[in-house]
Design a protein around this ligand. Structure first.
Ligand code: NAD
Length: 501
């Protein structure tokens, strides 16, 4: 039952923040203290239907709004997000636990999407081909598809919702967002700002909950497209269920990102990058570099890696100097600890043990210190499952070919990296590596548009893009675009916008 002295998170339907009439509520706790921050409703079927009805009605006018008018809203929206960045970041640290600087990076990454959308006037251009046949020309137009929905995870509570609803809306769609029930605050602040920027009532709506809300989205006939970001288990379920109901679906799911360390790499730089990429955000990043493969003599650097990792400061995310904040929940901590133990039981060496860390003043928090398992083999549970905590596992390989084969045999996708100063090695790696395993179509907004020509209708199909990104370091707001010799990351999930799939 709802205790009325706790603040509650509202539904956002047809431009209004409405208290839910539900009798089922989910506690959102501060991960550093486990004190309740807010309670999130499991929105009732009537409330969810009201959100869809509002989105369907708004679609009639919003889809016919001019591109210029939608663009103007994005100009205002990006300015409002910038003005409120620190407040949103504070809420993220409170509900999700990550460090304040990391939380600001979370907002900035999403803000960059909104900034990009300010060029919608050129991004939404169609294509023409005069003279395709005698007395015939062909052209394509990018048009919205209707009511779309997004289901988001806890680990980037600002960036991932901002991948979704602004992109859908600027293309003329309307939206139902179901944020993670574990940290919905940033989403609520962001939709409020969208409203202030001029998004009309009904264009963006927020419902809350877990399985029932997800099933509602996958089944509701008025919802035409579904975006999901989160774990494999939920993503596979949503992909199947929403597809069966005839919706466009994109699911970006779990990961096991490998980094290959060659003996010719710059040692100092490599170890710093590994520490940041493995333990930053307490390892709760889909792009965390959670698996290192040391090739040949590079394994002699492991003791130095352990020493550096020991220096990381574990504390509440709002405390100055914190490197590693708490995990999202006691259950998440329990799961991480049991995967570490499985590694020990199956024969790996626990060269750094962060399991018993105690943070003064935050004894009830879900903290795990930096942990390193070496001598891991590919049949161990800690290798086969995504750990999603501050745990780096290390495997050894004799040659680069062995390392590449190992990565290509792993069922997970997302990203991979190599540390080397040899350009030929880097080139071979980028050519032979295969990390495109996610069950998704184009993960950008082309899900939210269809291209039509008088003669044909083009639907999205999967595509690949090899992209070099910055290294995931402790503070994602400060990525550095590394030179090929230092680190190269192939990242296949996020295409340039607009992709032409
Ligand atoms: P999660 O799958 O538990 O939750 C994501 C969303 O799905 C939430 O809104 C939740 O309410 C819903 N959900 C959870 N379990 C469900 C189920 N059984 N059936 C239907 N819906 C369900 O994920 P999480 O723990 O919030 O996020 C962490 C996961 O997300 C990690 O696996 C991480 O790798 C992944 N992730 C992937 C990307 C990417 O781009 N590939 C980005 C960020 C996070």
């Amino acid at each position: 039952m709802l205790l009325l002295d706790e603040p509650t998170t509202k539904n956002f339907i047809n431009g209004e923040f409405l208290e839910s009439k539900t009798s089922e509520w989910i506690d959102v706790n501060n991960p550093a203290t486990n004190e309740i921050v807010t309670r999130v409703p499991k929105s009732t079927p009537d409330e969810m239907q009201a959100a869809v009805d509002a989105a369907s009605a708004a679609y009639e006018t919003w889809s016919r709004e001019t591109v210029m008018a939608r663009q103007q809203i994005m100009f205002k929206y990006q300015a409002l997000i910038k003005e409120n960045l620190k407040e949103i970041a504070k809420n993220i640290t409170l509900e999700q636990g990550k460090t304040l600087i990391d939380a600001e990076g979370d907002v900035i990454r999403g803000l960059q999407v909104v900034e990009h959308l300010c060029s919608i006037t050129s991004l939404q251009l169609g294509e023409t081909l005069p003279g395709i046949a005698k007395d015939m020309e062909t052209y394509t137009m990018r048009v919205p598809i209707g009511v779309c929905a997004g289901i988001t995870p806890f680990n980037f509570p600002a960036m991932i919702p901002l991948w979704m609803f602004p992109v859908a809306a600027v293309c003329g769609n309307t939206y139902i967002l179901k944020p993670s029930e574990r940290d919905p605050g940033a989403s609520m602040m962001l939709v409020e700002l969208a409203q202030q920027a001029g998004i009309p009532p009904g264009v963006i709506n927020v419902i809350h909950g877990q399985h029932d809300a997800v099933n509602f989205i996958c089944e509701n006939p008025a919802i035409r497209a579904v975006s999901f970001v989160g774990s494999d288990i939920a993503g596979s379920y949503i992909h199947e269920k929403a597809s069966k109901n005839g919706k466009r679906v994109q699911c970006n799911m779990g990961a096991k990102n490998h980094g290959v360390v060659m003996p010719d790499a710059n040692k100092e730089n490599t170890l710093n990058q590994l520490v940041g990429a493995a333990f930053g955000a307490a390892g709760q990043r889909c792009m965390a570099l959670s698996t290192a493969i040391f090739v040949g003599d590079a394994k002699e650097w492991i003791p130095d890696l352990v020493e550096r990792s020991k220096n990381l400061k574990v504390n509440a995310g709002d405390q100055p100097g914190t490197d590693i904040g708490p995990l999202i929940s006691p259950e998440a901590k329990k799961r991480v600890l049991s995967l570490v133990q499985s590694g020990v039981d199956e024969g790996a060496s626990l060269v750094l043990d962060g399991r018993d860390v105690v943070v003064q003043g935050y004894e009830k928090g879900n903290f795990v210190g930096p942990t390193i398992l070496s001598d891991v083999k590919n049949d161990m549970t800690c290798y086969k499952e995504e750990i999603f905590g501050p745990v780096l596992i290390i495997l050894n390989a004799d040659t680069l070919d062995d390392a590449i084969n190992l990565i290509n045999s792993n069922p997970y996708g997302n990203g991979t990296a190599i540390f080397t100063t040899n350009g030929a090695t880097a080139k071979k790696f980028t050519e032979r590596i295969d990390v495109d395993r996610s069950a998704s179509t184009c993960p950008s907004q082309c899900l939210f548009q269809c291209s039509r020509s008088p003669a044909r209708r083009v639907v999205p199909r999967g595509h690949q893009l090899l992209r070099q990104t910055g290294n995931p370091v402790l503070h994602p707001g400060q990525d550095n675009n590394s030179a090929i010799g230092r680190k190269r990351m192939c990242h296949i999930r996020r295409p340039r916008w607009p992709c032409r799939c």
